[in-house]
Ligand binder design. Structure first.
Ligand SMILES: [Mg+2]
Length: 160
């Protein structure tokens, strides 16, 4: 049996453009409820969407996002609306506030046991370096500059 290699894609900053809602968490008090409530209206990032579609043709496409689990319906709807397959979507448990890279490196370890990972695409330089160190073939999504406010959110508060 032919087993497809795995392609792992992040969502925010790779296929979804979160910039329109960053202002909700750029200043204190941060409004996480409103930040996440805007996810449904994220514009698509064409380079990421095209890349994901390309990989989906002959790879097992797995989404790996730091978004909290309660955003699953919104995220699945959004991906489907942009013509992206949503068979596998790994999300952060709602109570998990670790930095994104810790969550993702752990998920990659599990995923790696289920098949051969050919590529991981993520826009967070901290995630990319952590996964590279762990030996994963990571590509930095650099079509949107990684937002400073989002970095702080992931590092200090483990929220995205
Ligand atoms: Mg991201």
């Amino acid at each position: 049996m032919h087993v497809k290699p795995i392609a792992v894609f992040d969502v925010d900053g790779v296929v979804a453009d979160v910039r329109h809602r960053l202002h909700h968490v750029a200043h204190r008090p941060k409004n996480w409820r409103r930040f996440f409530a805007g996810a449904d209206r994220d514009p698509a990032l064409a380079p990421g969407v095209e890349l994901a579609r390309e990989y989906a043709r002959d790879h097992r496409l797995v989404w790996l996002t730091g978004r909290p689990e309660y955003l699953r319906p919104v995220t699945e709807r959004w991906l489907a609306r942009h013509g992206l397959p949503v068979n596998e979507l790994l999300m952060r448990p709602t109570s998990d506030h670790r930095p994104a890279r810790e969550f993702k490196v752990e998920q990659m370890r599990r995923l790696g046991e289920t098949g051969e990972v050919e590529i991981v695409v993520d826009d967070d330089p901290a995630v990319v370096s952590k996964l590279s160190e762990a030996g994963w073939p990571v590509r930095l999504a650099d079509w949107v500059p990684y937002a400073e406010s989002l970095r702080e959110a992931q590092e200090r508060e483990g929220r995205t």
